[in-house]
Design a protein around this ligand. Structure first.
Ligand code: GLC
Length: 703
């Protein structure tokens, strides 16, 4: 049962698409206060578990930290960070009382889940204008499924998007792309997509192509397609300010960009230099921006990734002007002049306040320009703080507006919706471009509701072992919030990867719907063919292709039934007090469990089996080892070039032969693994169309 409680005048985010009955009185759980902003307080029992929050830091059980839903471009996903790129305000408290809460509120919202006081859950935000959905059910799993029903069906990508993709920030020319294609094809490592990062554009202008490097682009798209490789270009949020650039000029002429209070177009510097943000919350502007994707689909492109749509801001002219003032007063100050001791200068006025836990807040709180202390104004710290605070500054987010149904809305009030609405622009446009066809789309920033239009990737992670685990723990949480098509930059985006890290991460990526190797410019090259003993990579990625019939089938069942593709063990074995605590193994579909290795130099790992299972290992020689393991704890050996999978008792899954691309998979001739004498119902379709409900899409295979 779901009840909706309306506080103040909520902004309509369109996250929820179903009609939900209004609740009477106040919610049956916790206490709501609306005198000073909004605050929900609930006292937790010691053993209560809190699930949810989608793309958020730390564990599957969110207890013990403070998270802020505030879409942020922060590439350092360290343990102390409170905000990542998404804002997914759905939680489930599971314990003595079990209930779900969705706080539909598009600006910054704090989830203090036992941080200030270990037993207190407190959800708060600045203005008491929001819709609160309270969900009751038999179990956390049941609550999640009810929630998923009211937010609408998750995005369904084309089937080729379940293939493997290679990406790198820095591929510039056709030759660069051909090299990647041949690196994979010649070495017989399967591949379906190569991603085009910002360098394909002319001066980072959205929907353009570098004229020198990409003459005859449609031909090049076909050249790649003839090898069964699809090019997937990036689209950034900011539109470059440049006379003669049609998109810029149209946007200005039609007032489609976000404006300052005085009506001038707001300026933010991102990759192209100064840009304007398309006002994707304005219906007309959103349609206009969405239609621009056609420029590339007309040239044969069938998929995109949307980036920098928090929206990220490197700096604004306003921020630079303030910095200039501060620099001027610093240079003119006595501190800077003669006789100064460099050490003293550096340590003078070190901010005493504890630096904010969130990177982007540091400068505001501790070292910002806000100091009214005369001496501090001329010490080095505020200046350095100001430089650090130029990017993604809260002040900038207060400096521009959207026009929503004729009314002006200040950006910070709806900040968390930008990525959602940018992706919605594309999703709605795809419906106009070809309503019968699926396009690949995933975004960096998101809010619940966006899950209907695209998937997400987890942003700029690092080549760290801890990030494999972070990736794993986030998967079921994202699924709870509707984001099924998801995956992390395998191998790690920032920092230099290592061969073993990439192999282990791929062995997790084998199971994530989005399986993409992506790296930042300047890092070690990490395409699979760059490493010795390439056959290991051929094998691991080959396993992905062998599993695609199953993975696709489970994905489709999850999407079509508002269900989860990845589940916590707790959702399947709620009575097993040990299973309920497991955070480094996940249920995959209805037949399997995954338990990847995420520790360097480990030759295996401990797993907990809540029931008897078949431990399957895909061995590098193409064979499969199967061993029945009993309920309980086990140490299982897993070599670097092996992919482990657990099949639940009484279940089986289909396997195809490995293929070089999804189109070449033979899904008619499947073999089965798992428990003999059982059967599996396979979902399959043409992979492009939208005729999901056809009966023929299901067939039962006996083992
Ligand atoms: C952002 C994206 C990253 C991309 C880079 C350059 O950091 O998150 O994936 O490679 O921008 O476009």
């Amino acid at each position: 049962m779901i009840r909706k409680y309306v506080y103040g005048k909520p902004f309509s985010t369109e996250a929820v698409v179903a009609d939900v009955s209004a609740g009477e009185g106040s919610p049956a759980y916790g206490r709501v206060e609306t005198e000073k902003g909004f605050c929900f307080t609930y006292t937790m029992e010691e053993t209560d578990i809190v699930y949810g929050l989608g793309e958020a830091n730390r564990g599957l059980n969110k207890r013990g930290y403070c998270y802020i839903s505030d879409c942020t471009d922060d590439p350092n996903h360290t343990e102390d960070k409170r905000s990542l790129y998404g804002a997914h305000n759905f939680i489930v408290v599971s314990g003595k009382e079990t209930f779900g809460l969705f706080f539909d509120y598009p600006s910054a919202m704090t989830f203090d889940i036992g941080y200030t006081r270990m037993d207190t859950l407190q959800v708060s935000c600045e203005s008491a204008d929001l819709n609160l959905y309270v969900i009751e059910g038999d179990s956390p799993y049941d609550i999640v499924k009810q929630f998923r029903k009211i937010i609408g069906r998750s995005y369904i990508p084309p089937k080729y998007a379940f293939g493997f993709g290679q990406s790198r920030w820095g591929y510039k020319t056709k030759e660069d792309f051909r090299k990647v294609a041949s690196g994979y094809r010649e070495n017989k490592i399967p591949l379906d997509m190569v991603y085009m990062d910002i360098d394909y554009m002319q001066d980072f202008k959205d929907f353009t192509l570098n004229e020198k490097n990409f003459p005859d682009f449609p031909e090049f798209v076909q050249e790649m397609k003839s090898q069964n490789i699809r090019l997937i270009p990036i689209i950034d949020a900011g539109v470059k300010i440049e006379d003669g650039y049609d998109i810029y000029e149209e946007g200005v002429a039609n007032r489609y960009f976000c404006q300052r209070e005085d009506g001038s177009d707001f300026v933010a510097a991102v990759w192209p230099g100064d840009t304007h943000f398309p006002d994707v919350l304005n219906n007309e502007a959103r349609t206009w921006f969405g239609d621009k994707y056609r420029i590339l689909t007309d040239q044969g492109i069938e998929g995109f990734w949307n980036d920098m749509n928090e929206p990220a801001i490197f700096y604004s002219p306003e921020g630079i002007a303030e910095l200039k003032e501060m620099l001027k007063s610093f240079l003119e100050s006595e501190n800077y002049n003669d006789g100064v001791n460099a050490g003293e200068l550096a340590t003078a006025d070190i901010p005493k306040s504890e630096a904010g836990a969130n990177g982007t807040d540091d400068a505001d709180e501790g070292t910002g320009s806000g100091s009214d202390d005369g001496a501090a104004a001329v010490s080095l710290w505020p200046l350095m703080g100001k430089i650090g605070a130029l990017a993604n500054s809260k002040e900038d987010y207060r400096n521009f507006y959207h026009v929503v149904n004729g009314e002006r809305v200040r950006h910070d009030k709806v900040h968390n919706l930008f990525g959602y609405y940018m992706t919605r622009a594309a999703g709605e446009a795809f419906e106009r471009i070809d309503p019968k066809k699926r396009f690949l789309m995933f975004s960096r920033s998101s809010y619940i509701g966006m899950h209907r239009y695209g998937g997400i990737w987890m942003g700029d992670n690092k080549s760290w072992w801890s990030h494999i685990l972070l990736n794993l723990k986030m998967l079921p949480s994202l699924n709870m919030c509707g984001f099924l098509y998801t995956g992390a930059d395998l191998g790690g985006f920032g920092a230099d990867t290592t061969r073993d890290l990439l192999l282990r991460w791929l062995a997790l990526g084998v199971f994530t719907p989005l399986m993409r190797n992506h790296a930042a410019a300047g890092t070690r090259e990490q395409e699979c063919y760059q490493f010795e003993d390439m056959e290991d990579f051929r094998h691991v990625i080959g396993v992905r292709y062998r599993l695609i019939p199953y993975l696709y089938s489970e994905y489709m069942k999850a999407a079509l039934n508002d269900d989860l593709y990845f589940k916590p063990l707790a959702f399947v074995y709620p009575e097993d007090s040990m299973a309920v605590q497991v955070e480094d193994q996940m249920m995959l579909g209805n037949e399997a469990m995954i338990a990847p290795v995420y520790t360097q130099n480990a030759r295996g790992r401990y797993v907990y089996l809540p029931e008897e299972m078949k431990f399957v290992k895909f061995l590098p020689d193409g064979t499969i080892s199967e061993e029945i393991l009993s309920i309980g704890h086990h140490y299982v050996e897993i070599a670097l070039n092996e992919v482990p999978l657990f099949i639940r008792s009484g279940k089986c899954i289909p396997l195809a032969q490995a293929a070089q691309c999804v189109d070449a998979l033979n899904t008619e001739h499947l073999t089965m693994i798992g428990y003999e004498g059982t059967e599996y119902t396979l979902y399959d379709d043409d992979g492009f169309g939208k005729d999901y409900e056809k009966k023929d899409n299901y067939r039962t295979i006996k083992y």
